[in-house]
Write a protein that binds this ligand. Structure first.
Ligand SMILES: Cc1ncc(COP(=O)(O)O)c(C=O)c1O
Length: 365
């Protein structure tokens, strides 16, 4: 059960020791030319799991960790993370978009990877305190936000294969511009597979990304931006792409792959986009969707749009989808559904329009 916002923050304020930086680096950042994930806000949060409980929770100036070469995370991959965004509302107050959804997903990932769960005061209360302190780092430019990166790694100094007993949890924040600034080209991958039922595809585990690097490098050499993964048995049912879930608009129906196989990350943006599409009057279907269905819809003229959704990328229009000899080209300048979804989502998360779904977490007391 989630506790009230004020309770998580109050507990955090009692338990998290704060040491402020004496040398803010904010003057070094060109807020008019932000790139994704290169600069980090002045402060970070760190806490350690000592085998029994979370201890030494602190907000400190952003700095390196000192890590043993025998660190268990490096050898066996017990490492998970989240990606969340903070914006400013029209009055200039920082707001975090749906952090409780990321919090729940973080602990799901932790469980699947045999790692301890993180308490709400540390994750939610810690985020609140950290962003309150670094509020000047939340950009306000078009398409910009403070990207929040909570993560947890195994901390044992031991090279035997077993779950680590100790862990480190941390949050670092990065002022960021748009992830993709143009429509993307996707390659439907039918040789390499990202996730199987029973595996860790639904978790935001570092290894999922490591395993995707080589196939993605190959796809990039062929001129694609990302891979659209399909299932590992029949190599035809869509899963997700890179760091995004995927939607196809066929006629007046929006279709996105369902989560029943446990192979897809349950995107927070995916959930938000489904609700926004519903608000817009479209029929939303969460179900298995094959690449053959997409190709057929393209050939008979009913495939209107394909887009990816994710925290980093927001909504990314797909201008090309290639599968074997089929090269589906889509005119993204005519994407009415995707553009309306972006308009509504942006409006809500920057306080320009009413937060009708209660998605915004207002930072501070
Ligand atoms: C593999 C993968 N799928 C989907 C998503 C989209 O999830 P969200 O909307 O929560 O960012 C992400 C990004 O977090 C991702 O890494």
């Amino acid at each position: 059960m989630m506790v009230a916002k004020s309770t998580a923050r109050e507990e955090a304020v009692k338990k998290i020791k704060v040491t402020k930086t004496e040398h803010s680096r904010i003057g070094e950042v060109d807020f008019n030319n932000l790139v994704f994930g290169k600069k980090y806000a002045d402060h970070m949060l760190v806490a350690d799991f000592d085998g029994k409980e979370w201890v030494n929770a602190q907000i400190i100036p952003f700095q390196n960790f000192s890590v043993s070469p025998s660190n268990a995370a490096w050898h066996y991959g017990q490492a998970i993370f989240e990606g969340i965004k903070a914006y400013k509302d029209q009055a200039g107050n920082p707001i975090i978009f749906r952090p409780y959804d990321n919090y729940k997903r973080f602990n799901l990932s932790a469980e699947r990877m045999g790692m301890p769960s993180v308490p709400e005061w540390l994750f939610i209360g810690g985020l609140d305190m950290l962003i309150d302190l670094d509020r000047n780092w939340v950009p306000t430019g078009e398409g910009c936000s403070l990207y929040l990166r909570p993560f947890m790694i195994a901390a044992d100094e031991f090279i035997g294969v077993r779950p680590s007993e100790t862990y480190r949890f941390a949050i670092i924040n990065s002022p960021s511009g748009p992830y993709f600034n143009k429509p993307i080209k996707l390659l439907v991958q039918d040789k390499y597979v990202r996730a199987f039922p029973g595996g860790v595809g639904f978790a935001k585990a570092a290894g999922n990304y490591g395993g995707a690097m080589y196939p993605t490098m190959q796809a990039k050499k062929e001129g694609y931006d990302q891979i659209l993964w399909v299932d590992g048995y029949e190599h035809k049912y869509l899963q997700e792409c890179g760091t995004m879930n995927v939607f196809a608009i066929i006629g007046n129906t929006a279709i996105t792959p369902d989560l029943s196989q446990g192979t897809i990350l349950e995107g927070v943006t995916r959930g938000s986009v489904m609700e926004v599409l519903h608000d817009m009057g479209l029929t939303v279907e969460e179900r298995p969707i094959s690449i053959d269905e997409i190709v057929t819809a393209y050939n008979n003229g009913t495939l209107r749009e394909v887009f990816g959704t994710g925290t980093a990328a927001s909504v990314a229009y797909v201008e090309e989808l290639s599968y074997k000899d089929n090269h589906l080209k889509l005119d993204t300048t005519k994407y009415e559904v995707g553009s309306e979804v972006i308009r509504r989502l942006d409006g809500m998360r920057t306080g320009k329009s009413a937060d009708i779904h209660n998605w915004n977490y207002i930072v501070g007391e």
